[in-house]
Design a protein around this ligand. Structure first.
Ligand SMILES: *Cc1c(COP(=O)(O)O)cnc(C)c1O
Length: 379
C-alpha cells in the first residue's frame, strides 16, 4: 500500500472491541492480571499501553522500520537513545545539530563521559576524519536546523558501517513522507513528533525508530527503564494529527516553494536557505534522497532593524518557537532554537542575528506573501 493509504489504514484504525472508527484512549496506569503464572499482554502502562502501541506501530510502518518508541518529547527520544552509549564512547555529530541536542550532549552527556566531535556533515571526508577508536555513532540532521544543510545520508551510513558505527538521523524536518533514512542505510531515526507528525501545535512528543531486532530490544529496554514515555492522551492526539500528514505537508511544501522563490527576489533578503532552490549547495544530494524540500526555510535580512520589525509585526505567522504546525511559524534561531548555544559557537555556525526561520503552514500563499511584503517593503 502507498503512503497515503497507510496513513489512514496502517494501524488499529477500527477498535476491534466496539467497531469505533476512533481508537479509544486507554487512560490507565495498570492492567488487572488473571493468572499468577502468566501475565497478560499488558501489565503496567510504562511498559506498554494499547494507545501508545497503535501510535508506535503507525510510526514504525511509515518509516519502514520494525519498531518505534514514543517518548514524552523529541528531546526525551534523543536523550533516551543516547543512553544506548556508555561513558568513554565518542560520537561524531553534525555541527548545526538542534540546539537542545547540542545542550544535552555538551552539558549532560559530557558529564556522564560521552564525548563528541562536531563536524561539517556536508562533507563525508570531515565525518570520516573525526572517527576515533572509541567512536560508536554518527549523529546527523538533514536538512539541518536552521541553515538547511544537506548530508549525503547514504554516503554517511556507508562510512559508519565501514567503521562499525551506528548512524542516527534526526529526521524531524522531513517526516517519513519525504525521507526515510532507514532505507538509506541509517540505523536509528529520531523525531520531534511535536512538529509535522502531530502537526497541530498541541502536543509535545518524540520517536525513535529502528529496523533491527537487537536495536529494538535495547531501545525498548531503555524506554521502559528510563521511563520517558508518551502518555495515552497525547498518543491519541498524535495518531489523529498523523492521519493528515500527507495533505498537510504537500500543501505547506507547495506554498514554501513559492514563498522561497519570492523571498529570493526581494532586495531586503540577502540569502535564502531552502533545499528546494536550485541554488542550494545540497540541492542535488537532497533530491536524490528525499521526495521534496519540505516546508521549512530560513532567510537572512539586510538589517537587524528589519529582522525585529518582521518578527514583531507579522500577522499571518506566529512569532514563536517550533515548526510544523497548521499555522505558519516565524522563529528567531539566535534567541530560540539555538539560544542554548553560546554566541561564539552560533556565529561560527553561521547563525546570525538577522537570520529568521519560517515554517510554512496552511494559510493561503498569496496572503502570506502579502503579509511578508508589507513588512519587508516598509523597511
Ligand atoms: C523541536 C526539535 C527537537 C526537539 O523536540 P521536542 O519535541 O521539542 O523535545 C529535536 N530536533 C529537531 C530538529 C527539532 O526541530
Amino acid at each position: 500500500m502507498k503512503f497515503a493509504t497507510r496513513l489512514i489504514h496502517g494501524s488499529h484504525t477500527i477498535d476491534p472491541a466496539t467497531g469505533a472508527l476512533s481508537l479509544p484512549v486507554c487512560q490507565t496506569s495498570t492492567f488487572a492480571q488473571q493468572s499468577v503464572d502468566h501475565f497478560g499482554r499488558y501489565d503496567y502502562a510504562r511498559s506498554g499501553n494499547p494507545t501508545r502501541e497503535a501510535l508506535e506501530e503507525a510510526i514504525a510502518d511509515l518509516e519502514g522500520g520494525s519498531a518505534a518508541f514514543a517518548f514524552g518529547s523529541g528531546m526525551a527520544a534523543i536523550s533516551s537513545t543516547l543512553l544506548l552509549f556508555k561513558p568513554g564512547d565518542h560520537l561524531v555529530v553534525c555541527e548545526d545539530v538542534y540546539g537542545g541536542a547540542f545542550r544535552v550532549l555538551t552539558k549532560l552527556f559530557s558529564q556522564w563521559g560521552l564525548s563528541v566531535t562536531f563536524v561539517d556533515a556536508t562533507s563525508l571526508t570531515a565525518i570520516e576524519a573525526a572517527v576515533k577508536p572509541e567512536t560508536k555513532a554518527v549523529y546527523l540532521e538533514s536538512p539541518s536546523n536552521p541553515l538547511l544543510k544537506i548530508t549525503d545520508l547514504k554516503g554517511a551510513a556507508a562510512i559508519a558501517r565501514k567503521h562499525e558505527l551506528l548512524t542516527l538521523v534526526d529526521s524531524t524536518f522531513m517526516t517519513p513522507y519525504l525521507q526515510r533514512p532507514l532505507e538509506l542505510g541509517c540505523d536509528i531515526v529520531l523525531h520531534s513528533g511535536t512538529k509535522f507528525l502531530n502537526g497541530h501545535s498541541d502536543v509535545v512528543c518524540g520517536f525513535a525508530v529502528v529496523n533491527n531486532e537487537q536495536l529494538a530490544a535495547r531501545l525498548g529496554f531503555v524506554q521502559n527503564a528510563f521511563g520517558a514515555i508518551l502518555g495515552p492522551q497525547d498518543c491519541w492526539l498524535t495518531l489523529r494529527g498523523l492521519r493528515t500528514l500527507k495533505v498537510r505537508l504537500e500543501e505547506s511544501q507547495r506554498s514554501a516553494v513559492k514563498i522561497a522563490a519570492w523571498l529570493a527576489r526581494q532586495p531586503q533578503v540577502t540569502r535564502v536557505y531552502y533545499p528546494g532552490l536550485a541554488s542550494h549547495p545540497g540541492y542535488a544530494v537532497h533530491q536524490a534522497q528525499a521526495a521534496g524540500p519540505g516546508a521549512v526555510l530560513s532567510f537572512e535580512l539586510e538589517s537587524y532593524e528589519l529582522t525585529k520589525k518582521l518578527l514583531e509585526g507579522i500577522h499571518l505567522a506566529a512569532f514563536a518557537v517550533s515548526l510544523g504546525g497548521v499555522e505558519s511559524i516565524l522563529s528567531y534561531p539566535a534567541k530560540m532554537s539555538h539560544a542554548a548555544m553560546p554566541p561564539a559557537e552560533r556565529a561560527a555556525r553561521g547563525i546570525s542575528d538577522t537570520l529568521v526561520r519560517l515554517s510554512v503552514g496552511l494559510e493561503d500563499t498569496d496572503d502570506m506573501i502579502a503579509d511578508l511584503a508589507r513588512l519587508l517593503q516598509s523597511g
